[in-house]
Write a protein that binds this ligand. Structure first.
Ligand code: GLC
Length: 444
C-alpha cells in the first residue's frame, strides 16, 4: 500500500510491462481537429522560440494561435470562417457518427503498439468523456459519445494497455490571453483554487471511470495543488500498482521522463526510463497542410524507434485523426509498415534492455544500435550493408560466440580482427535494417 507521502510514493518502480512495451500510440483528437489547420513551420526544437508560438505548427494549438492577431492561423480563420466565428462553434461541426473505435484498436495492434494514450482534455479545455465537473464535455456538446470510454474498451479488448493524457496546467476556458513565449506558460495558466480542485477531481474521475495504466499529465500542475498530488498518486498506485505517471507535473516524483521532438532527447543511454513522443509530421493534432514531404519515411520511423529503445526509452508515436474519426491515409500506411517491420524484427525490440552502449558504426560509417535480451546482443544496422561482408568497429566477441541473422539459426562466419569484427553476410532480402543476433553478448 502507498501512503500519501512523497517518501512512500517514491518507492514505486517502473513496472516490467512498460519497460518491455517499447512502443505506444498517442492520439490527439479534439475541437482543433475540426479546422485541422496549422502552418508547417518545422519541428519543436528547430524553430526559434519567437517564431514558434506565432507560427505554431501544432494544430492542437489552433485556439492559442487564433488569439494571436495576424498569425497565419488567425489569417486562415478570418478568411475561411470569418472574424466573428468563435472557436468553440467548431463543436457544432464535430460529427463522429462514423467513428469506429474497434477499427482504431485493430490498427494500433497491427502497428505493434502495446499501449494507447488519447487526449482526454487538451489545452482547449473540452473533455472527451462525460465529466460530472463540467458541461463542456463530449456527452453534453458536440460528438455526443463517450470517446474515452468507447476507446478504452476497444483498446483493452485487443489486449493493449490504456493511458490518459490530461492538460493539467493549461485550460484556455479559464485564461483568455494568448501564450506568445515559453515564460507565458507559467503566467497564462489557471491559478485559482477552483481550477486546482477542478483538475484534481477530473483526474480522480478518470482514474475511477477508466482505470488507466498511465497518467500522462501535460505542461505542469497548479502550484496550489502540487502537495495534493501525494493523494492522487497514492490513490492511483493503490488502485493500479502497475500504473505509471510521467514527469510533467513539476513535482519530484515521476516514473518516466518525457522527450518531445528534439526537446530533452538524451545523448546517451538514459539511467532513467524515458519516453519519446512526436507526430509523424510537425503536429500532434490533424493538420490538413501536412503532406508526404512532412511525414517521416518508414526508414526514419524505424531508425527512430531503434535509437530510442537502444537508449532505454519507449516511443509514443502520435496519431492525429480527422474530426470524423478517420485516420489520414499517410498515417495509417506508416503504422502498418512499422507493424510489418516489428512483426519480423520485434525480438530485437520488445522486452530488450540497453546494452553497455547504445551506438556503434561499421568501418563504412553505417550507424549501428545495440539492444540486449538475456545473453543475446542484437546488432541493428540503420541501413542494409551492401557487400557480402561487414566490419563492425570496436566489437570484441567471446570465444565460441554464435552469430546469426535475426530470425535464422544458421551460424555466420566471422573473424575478430583486433578490436573490429568482420561478419560474412549471406544473401538476404532486408530493405530497411539488417539485424544480427550474437550469443553470448560480447565483452565490449
Ligand atoms: C506539448 C504541446 C501539446 C502536446 C504535448 C504532447 O505540451 O503543448 O500540444 O499535446 O506537447 O507531448
Amino acid at each position: 500500500m502507498y501512503e500519501p507521502t512523497w517518501e512512500s510514493i517514491s518507492e514505486h518502480k517502473v513496472p516490467k510491462w512498460y519497460d518491455d512495451a517499447k512502443f505506444g500510440i498517442f492520439i490527439h483528437w479534439g475541437i482543433y481537429s475540426v479546422p485541422g489547420w496549422a502552418p508547417t513551420t518545422g519541428e519543436l526544437g528547430e524553430v526559434p522560440e519567437e517564431v514558434w508560438f506565432v507560427q505554431n505548427p501544432y494544430a492542437e494549438w489552433y485556439l492559442n494561435s487564433l488569439r494571436i492577431k495576424e498569425s497565419p492561423t488567425w489569417k486562415h480563420h478570418v478568411e475561411t470562417y470569418g472574424k466573428d466565428f468563435d472557436y468553440y462553434s467548431f463543436l457544432n461541426m464535430w460529427n463522429i457518427d462514423r467513428w469506429d473505435p474497434e477499427e482504431w484498436a485493430e490498427l494500433f495492434k497491427k502497428a505493434g503498439a502495446k499501449y494507447v494514450i488519447p487526449t482526454t482534455k487538451h489545452h482547449e479545455g473540452f473533455c472527451l468523456w462525460p465529466s460530472e465537473y463540467t458541461d463542456f464535455c463530449v456527452t453534453k456538446r458536440g460528438p455526443n459519445r463517450d470517446i474515452i470510454g468507447e476507446l478504452e474498451k476497444a483498446v483493452r479488448n485487443v489486449g493493449l494497455k490504456f493511458g490518459v493524457y490530461y492538460s493539467g496546467a493549461l485550460d484556455w476556458r479559464f485564461t483568455k490571453e494568448p501564450i506568445r513565449r515559453s515564460k507565458d506558460l507559467k503566467i497564462i495558466c489557471p491559478h485559482t483554487y477552483y481550477y486546482t480542485d477542478y483538475a484534481y477531481n477530473q483526474f480522480m474521475e478518470l482514474i475511477d471511470k477508466y482505470n488507466p495504466d498511465i497518467l500522462w499529465n501535460d505542461i505542469g500542475w497548479p502550484d496550489k495543488g502540487k502537495e495534493d498530488l501525494k493523494y492522487l498518486f497514492s490513490y492511483f498506485y493503490n488502485k493500479n500498482p502497475d500504473g505509471l505517471v510521467n514527469d510533467r507535473w513539476e513535482v519530484l516524483h515521476w516514473d518516466f521522463m518525457t522527450a518531445e521532438y528534439k526537446q530533452n532527447y538524451p545523448g546517451e543511454i538514459s539511467p532513467h526510463k524515458w519516453e519519446f513522443c512526436r507526430g509523424l509530421g510537425f503536429s500532434f493534432g490533424y493538420n490538413q497542410n501536412e503532406g508526404p514531404e512532412h511525414v517521416l519515411s518508414i526508414e526514419k520511423l524505424v531508425y527512430m524507434l531503434v535509437d530510442v529503445v537502444s537508449r532505454n526509452g519507449n516511443f509514443l508515436l502520435n496519431v492525429g485523426p480527422k474530426a470524423d474519426g478517420t485516420i489520414p491515409e499517410l498515417q495509417r500506411e506508416r503504422l502498418l509498415q512499422l507493424g510489418k517491420w516489428l512483426e519480423k524484427n520485434g525480438e530485437a525490440i520488445y522486452g530488450t534492455r540497453p546494452w553497455i552502449r547504445a551506438a556503434g558504426k561499421t568501418t563504412d560509417g553505417m550507424e549501428i544500435r545495440f539492444t540486449k535480451k538475456d545473453e543475446n546482443l542484437f546488432v541493428i544496422f540503420l541501413g542494409v550493408p551492401r557487400s557480402g561482408k561487414v566490419t563492425i568497429e570496436s566489437l570484441k566477441v567471446k570465444e565460441g560466440t554464435k552469430i546469426c541473422l535475426l530470425g535464422s539459426n544458421t551460424p555466420l562466419d566471422y573473424k575478430q580482427e583486433g578490436e573490429n569484427l568482420t561478419v560474412i553476410l549471406p544473401e538476404h532480402e532486408e530493405s530497411i535494417t539488417l539485424i544480427l543476433k550474437m550469443n553470448p553478448t560480447p565483452e565490449n
